[in-house]
Each structure stands twice: as C-alpha cells, then as structure tokens.
Design a binder for this molecule. Structure first.
Ligand code: 5RP
Length: 218
C-alpha cells in the first residue's frame, strides 16, 4: 500500500548518502526502495558501508553488491521505516519483526532518518499493535506479565514467527501506546526488546501525494 509514497520518501532520503559514509540499512517495504536506490548509486561508484538491520536486508544488500560490515562503531546515518510515528518523533517499529537489530543500529547512529508513507502518522500512538521480542523460555508467563500493563497480547503467528535472534514476537494492543511504557515493559524478565523508539529519530521523511515532507525532530 502507498508504494509510491514509500518510494518518494526513500528517494529523498538517499540524497543524504555521501561517499565513505557508514549507514544503517533498515528492514521492510520502504527500506526495500532505499536499498534498491542505493544499489544504483553503488553501481555508479558511490562508496559506502552498510549495516543491515535484518538477515533479509543483509541478503538484499549482498544480492545488490552493497558492501556490508557489522564491525563498525561509528554509524553516520541509519535509514529505516516505521509502523507509526507521533508528533514528537516517537515510533512504533517491529512490524517486520526486526526491532532488536533495528534499535541497536538506530541507537548507535549519529542520525536516524525514518522513511514512511503518509498513513504512518498519528497524533498519539494508538493504531499499530506494539511488537515486543521475548525469549521463548517461559514466554507464556512473559505474555501474562505484559498484559498486566493493560493490553491484549498475542504471539505473532501463534509462535510460528521466529525472529532473526531465535525469539518470539508478542504483539500488544493498547488503547494508547504511551511511549513511557518502553521502560516498564523492558523491566519484565524475558523481554528482549520493545518496539517503542523514543528520542532516536532525527528526521522523518514522509512520502505524500504531493512529494516528500521532511520533519526535523528537535
Ligand atoms: C520492521 C520494521 C519496519 O520498518 C516497519 O514494519 C515498516 O515497514 P514498511 O516500510 O514495510 O511499512 O519496523 O521490523
């Protein structure tokens, strides 16, 4: 859905990629357009090193001959999609189940550029179920503990969805996903990571029918 808007956002963000940069490379359908566009630039001689946020994005990068290296300490800009974002640049991520690596890369990047179509905006986060990655060990109990925070939670694909890290994803439906929940959920033993990304995004590239809107997050 909104493929053209996703592509518009990805193409605009690509203008910020410069020679010799080390860049985070996200996961999902919007990130796909970014990777595809990046491969064209690499073909024309652009030199970058990519740090992909999932096995799938790594495979894509390799298939497009985009150099990949995980032993990079200084990441210039991370480029990734999001499932929902609010007025303050808080995000929900993990629709593709890659939230752990996505958060590690975003946290360790000087800039984090988020590429989305118009539908991802909400004044307050409430549309997209919050993904939480949990260890399989005693995961039924972990789910119960998460539900005590006031949501309806379920294992993605009845535990058939396994993350790149060998874990389950629990999708949590809150009436409103208060960004403050991030630390509360993370305190629960068994929780590996929470799909709330606070204070990480520095720019949002929002594709619209009229072009790309760039929102600077202060
Ligand atoms: C994957 C993610 C994606 O960035 C998010 O799901 C958005 O995907 P898309 O660009 O396909 O809408 O967080 O874990």
């Amino acid at each position: 859905m909104f493929e053209n808007e996703k592509k518009i956002a990805a193409m605009e963000a690509l203008k910020f990629v410069k020679n010799d940069m080390r860049i985070g490379i996200g996961t999902g359908s919007t990130a796909y357009y970014f990777i595809e566009g990046l491969s064209e630039l690499v073909k024309k001689g652009l030199k970058i090193t990519g740090i992909p946020t999932s096995k799938k994005s790594e495979e894509l990068c390799r298939s497009f001959n985009i150099p990949v290296d995980y032993n990079i300490k200084d990441i210039d800009i991370d480029f990734d999609g999001a499932d929902e974002f609010d007025l303050y640049g808080n995000l929900i991520k993990g629709g593709g189940g890659a939230l752990v690596r996505e958060k590690i890369v975003a946290y360790n990047s000087r800039e984090f550029y988020v590429l989305v179509d118009h539908s991802k905006y909400s004044e307050r986060l409430h549309k997209f179920p919050l993904p939480v990655e949990v260890l399989p060990f005693m995961s039924d109990k972990t789910l119960e503990n998460i539900e005590k925070l006031g949501c309806k939670a379920s294992f993605r694909d009845d535990k058939k969805f396994i993350s790149d890290n060998g874990n389950y994803i629990i999708d949590c439906v809150f009436n409103y996903t208060d960004p403050e929940l991030e630390s509360q959920i993370k305190m629960i033993p068994g929780v590996v990571e929470v799909g709330i990304f606070r204070h990480l995004a520095t720019k949002i590239f929002q594709g619209t029918i009229d072009g790309c809107k760039i929102i600077d997050i202060k």
